[in-house]
Design a protein around this ligand. Sequence first.
Ligand SMILES: [Zn+2]
Length: 460
Amino acid sequence: MSAASNALGQRSQSRHWALCCVALVSLLAVAFGCDASFGQAQPLPGPDVPQIYQRLLAQIDEIPVFDNHGHPGFPNDPDVDAMQIPEDSSAPFRLRDDNTEMLGAARKLFNYPYPDFSPEHLKWLADRKAQEQKKLGNAYFSHILDQLGIETAIANRVSMPEYLDPTRFRWVYFVDYFLFPFDSERLEARDPDQKLNVPLERKLLEGALSQQNAGQLPADLGSYLKFVTGIVESKKAAGCVGIKFEIAYFRSLHFDDPPKERAAAIYLKYRSGGVPTRADYRDFQDFIFRYLLREAGRLRLPIQIHTAVGGGDYFNMHDGNIMGLENILRDPQYENVTFDLLHGGFPYEREAIWLTARKNVYLDSSLMGIFVYPDELHRILRQWLETFPDKIVFGSDTFPLSDAVGAEEGYWLAVESARTALAAALAEMVSEHEISEPKALELAHAYLHDTAARIYGGTK
Ligand SMILES: [Zn+2]
């Protein structure tokens, strides 16, 4: 072959590759619903963003919501959470009592006629809620969901009250207390928040022991594990659809894998008294945490884990960092366990999304979505949607904070923020030719409803 024909051959070969590339780009464009003439996505949104946003928001408003995590209940109900946030804790700006956004909630849910939350007007609101509760009885909270387009809500509570309809509210049960069977004097001494909350965990354990074991700790580790399993199985039989850890409030989210013999020896040493060393307590907790993971896998109960900065001024962000869980999440021995990581790992949410590469790991935007305003939430959701859009779920983390901000208003703030932030993120992605509008709506359904509904076995 001459040099000329060789060169010609190379040219036709490169032409062939060029054609293949064009065909591939067109195919990809069709597959992703883009206009083929754009090819690559654009780095800046176009002037069409506001129109796309309005079109998407109108449709997103109609998507029935599955709330992946919240604490519905009345302010005087002690079972809305296993823990308490100390009264004098610093509230981030958006969650303070004077946030005027909450007027929107009061107007939407209770036809609140005032432009402020003065003490007299708050009294009006409290009276109005009392009237509604009287009128609607056990349907009161279902009516709140109806008004906000929430189809189903996870209720993360110590126990389920009659006033939450089980066809709308699905129960996730706290299990942290199994990690506190020994004298906890040393743990309580860490700071005032531990002093408040460790005894609450100990009390829950005492309650469970008095029901199952005449108030006594079982004789050895094997019997203790049977007791733990018995309680979790009984909660599942009573309707619980998942279990929850808020253990990041108490210790590091990094759990080692101590052998069972070590856990058994620690148990025998402190079962009847004595203050465990920090290392002994930690190793025992590491073992029980992993035992609960295995049981959750066996019982097909998804696990919710608090993974963001938390309430209370002593929350240790270094210990509570979601990345501490990476050894567990990427461990193949737990691939039958569904991990539902709450609050997006905030403020480490950019790293957290990469943990959902594992098929059994999901990331929830609750709490984070009301810590930040919708503008910031739209930036966060956009990064998540561009990474693993099929692994993210909406959650409210609603909680009865005060008269002005009850669980009712919490639902409103969370869904309104999420819908607008989601529409904004998707509108930019459509405008920049990353995705088509039909694809945007598919991702919206997944985030607001479908993915969480799948985790918890659909709706009743
Ligand atoms: Zn919560």
